[in-house]
Design a protein. Sequence first.
Length: 208
Amino acid sequence: MAFGTSDNLIKDLKGVDYEGRETVNGVETKHYSFDEKALNTGDFGEGSEIEEAEGHLYVAVDGGYLVRLDITMSGKQFELPTGEGQSVSEGSFRMLMNLSAINEPIDIQVPPEALAGGAPEDVPIMDDAEETASLGDMIAFKSATSVDEVAEFYKAQMPANGWTETSSGSMGDIVTLEYSKEGRKANIMIMVDSQSSKTSVLITLSDE
C-alpha cells in the first residue's frame, strides 16, 4: 500500500469522511476515516478481496504530511508487505504508522549486540545458511532446505537448546514457531523467497 505525503493521499480513496482537527504527536492534524468501500482491492495484490476495513489518517494542517496512519482489515489473498511476493490466503492484519520527533535532531546509536552480529549460542542456525544478517535481536538467513525441513529442524533443535515451544502455526507457505526460555522469547518465521525460491528464515528475540 502506498500513500502520498500530502492531502493528495486521500484523492484515490472513495467515501472518506472528515472527522475534524486533532492534535497527534504534538502536531495539529486533519483526521479522516474510511472503511472497506474506500479501498481499491487491486492495491493489495491480484485477486485480493477486502471483506472489512477501518482506517484513520491524520494529515498535518501545516505541511500536509502524514502524521499517523492506522488501518485494520480482513479478507483474502493479501500480499504481505515484505517485498518478496508472499501472500496470505485468508486473515486479517493491522498496520500502524506514527511520525514523531518532527524537525528534531536524531542521534542514532548502534547497540553493541548489533555490532557483534550473529545469533546467541542457544539459537541454532542451519548448516547451509547463506546471506546471514543480524541486527539487534533479529537474525535472518536463507537456506536451500525446504520450509517443512527447516521447521522440523527448529522443532527439534530449539528444545535441545533448552527452549520450550509455546505455539506453532502455518498459513499457506508460511510457518511460524514461538519458543520461550528463562524470560526470553524467540519467534521464528519460515517462508519461501519468491525471487530465489530458497527458504527465508527470520528469527526475532525479545524479553517476555
